[in-house]
Write a protein that binds this ligand. Sequence first.
Ligand code: KIV
Length: 299
Amino acid sequence: MSAAGRTKGHISVPQIRARKGGDPIVSLTAYSAPMAAILDPHVDLFIVGDSVGMVFYGMDSTLGVTLEMMIGHGAAVVRGSEKACVVVDMPFGSYQESHSQAFRNAAKVMKRTGCDAVKLEGGAEMAETVAFLTARGIPVMGHVGLMPQSVNSLGGYRARGRGRAEAMKIISDARAIADAGAFSIVVEGVVEPLAREVTNSVVVPTIGIGASAECDGQVLVTEDMVGLFNDFTPSFVKRYADLGSLVGEAAEAYGQDVRARRFPAAEHCFKVKNTKRNQPSLGTRYNRHSDLYYLKLDA
Ligand code: KIV
């Protein structure tokens, strides 16, 4: 099955690339068409993140996310958005093995979702892969600093680059990825001076998450931002709504109405057409009204 592709007029990869040093790029994650449609007027860029594994599927990390999952969610977000540029995460194990594995899987993501670009995690060690993909028509967003797919090697989700050696490595990683042709780089979980240094060191926009205002744009996981994911909320998240509580209250009110038989009320029920065929006959409890509905007429 192939994707329908994007409608014309949405924000393109070169337009995101050209925002270096300009107005901050506004980005959020999205995993579904309805959420993408709600957010689309307000963002420049969607990242269909592999955080979907934790936020949507309840996994402990992003490592179990598959290419098929990313394709399904990526295609949904493309269908739901009109204006924003859409970038889909390459999941763990789908690109690290070889250039050809990365190209095969990234091309699959592009073809089947209709997205604008893919994102992959990694520094200097992924630079050749980034060059391979970009030279063959696949725009790539990089991701340095805290890289959740490397949680086992990094020993957890702590902020990165607090020490000098680690900071220098993150700067050279970002440079390597930018030099290889990435059009933008997510910088995750680093302290402000390092974010500034990374942003000043590369010619492409940096998109920060937990990386201070010293980036060319910002991204948050939408469910964190609106209070729909409560397993843990990183300290860098600003919560703009508490939808989790609203959904809980709505479910409670619904449950009360169902138990008290207040829902469904008359206005929530299909109306019976007053045809001769539907006139109640003595002793008939149910009459066939159509091929679809059996209606209780004489109760
Ligand atoms: O998976 C994700 O949500 C991410 C964000 C940092 C955008 O990579």
